[in-house]
Design a protein around this ligand. Structure first.
Ligand SMILES: [Zn+2]
Length: 373
């Protein structure tokens, strides 16, 4: 096991054997649900390929200059490519990062800092909806330059599904004529959104969701959170360490109790309270909080579905309130839970479309009220 990676024994084992056998492919595709360590494993692999002081035959030392530069995104052998907001003059061939507006550039540096401290951090820049063609052109300009002996250049394309057609085509050309000293690692949680031509030219590696125990064990290494909070997010993050951390930062206990109050207010026809809770959640136009509010609502109904189907208790994420879920299921046997889950997913999509957040939650409450009968 690599010490910076949580679980994922199967993939780390494979990556180690690629390294020890010297059979390194030109392109890899790491896929699986978000927040399970795909970027983290890519960073670890880049370090392994360039480390000057390998430990135990197949582990990066984390201490040599190369390892430290890669971890902090300052290495000439490692480049992270991610979705960026549009720059000042996007038509040129130059590095799109240099073209970012000053405030976007500052935000970008801040996000890189967070990712270097925690490789499971999800880089999230305002208005960065796709991987820009210039980012891929910039990669083309660097990838064919030869690397010094004993080093390999690694290009990590994070959330590769965010490439539009033009960027994907440019990347495909490289994959068709792979350079000698470089490898490309694409990561995605939406493999079906990638062109088949690209998938076909990569070695695919699947990353499993983490177990609640694995997330719990990792979070328990620090003293930043209470036992109860850790226990809750380990179960409510659906196997994603990134989500677990984000839920902790938002405040898991508060947001979860808002979800319960919101549902109760719906069931009691207390419209004023539904609006009040919706306003509280969406205050300061907090998209992340709104997103996780919907996420936890979604889990609540998924649990209800499990109860309906008499699934085993270990399938229930809201493990501490199973009695309540059973009672709710008995009281509302006709609730159309599939439709409710679809409505929740639709509402989540609206967040990224810049629809007014309070409106999303209030409209949702009308729909849920009809479906929850
Ligand atoms: Zn090293």
């Amino acid at each position: 096991m690599w010490k910076n990676i949580i679980g994922q024994e199967a993939v780390t084992q494979k990556l180690k054997s690629f390294y020890t056998s010297g059979k390194i492919a030109h392109a890899y595709l790491f896929y699986g649900t978000e927040g399970v360590g795909k970027d983290a494993a890519a960073i670890e692999f880049a370090k392994l390929l360039n480390c000057r002081n390998i430990k135990n035959g197949n582990e990066a030392c984390d201490e040599c200059e190369n390892c430290r530069k890669i971890s902090s995104f300052r290495s000439e052998y490692f480049q992270l490519i991610c979705a960026l907001p549009a720059g000042k003059s996007d038509d040129s061939e130059s590095d799109p990062i240099e073209k970012l507006a000053a405030s976007d550039f500052d935000a970008y540096l801040e996000e890189l800092q967070l990712k270097s401290e925690n490789p499971y951090h999800h880089i999230n820049l305002p208005n960065a909806n796709n991987i820009r063609i210039n980012s891929i052109r910039n990669l083309v300009s660097k990838i064919y330059l030869s690397a010094p002996r004993g080093t390999k250049k690694v290009f990590l394309i994070s959330e590769a599904d965010k490439m539009r057609q033009e960027a994907a085509n440019a990347l495909l050309k490289i994959l068709e004529e792979p350079p000698k000293d470089s490898i490309i690692i694409l990561t995605t949680s939406k493999i079906n959104s990638l062109p088949k031509t690209i998938i076909g030219r990569c070695i695919k590696m699947h990353f499993e969701p983490l177990t609640a125990e694995q997330i719990n064990a990792k979070l328990s290494q620090t003293n930043d959170y209470s036992k109860k909070e850790i226990e809750l997010v380990s179960h409510l993050s659906l196997g994603s360490y990134t989500r677990a951390i984000e839920l902790l930062n938002i405040g898991i206990e508060d947001i979860r109790s808002s979800v319960m109050q919101y549902l109760l207010s719906l069931l009691k026809d207390n419209y004023a309270e539904t609006i009040l809770i919706s306003r509280n959640i969406t205050a300061k136009n907090d998209k992340d909080k709104t997103k996780y509010f919907l996420f936890l609502l979604n889990i609540w109904f998924r649990d209800l579905l499990h109860i309906k189907c008499s699934a085993k208790e270990d399938k229930i994420s809201n493990f501490d309130i199973i009695d309540r879920l059973i009672k709710l299921n008995n009281n509302y046997p006709e609730a159309d839970i599939f439709r409710i889950i679809t409505e929740l997913e639709e509402a989540e999509k609206l967040i990224s479309q810049n629809v007014q957040l309070t409106l999303i939650l209030v409209n949702l409450s009308f729909k849920l009220k009809k479906l929850f009968k």
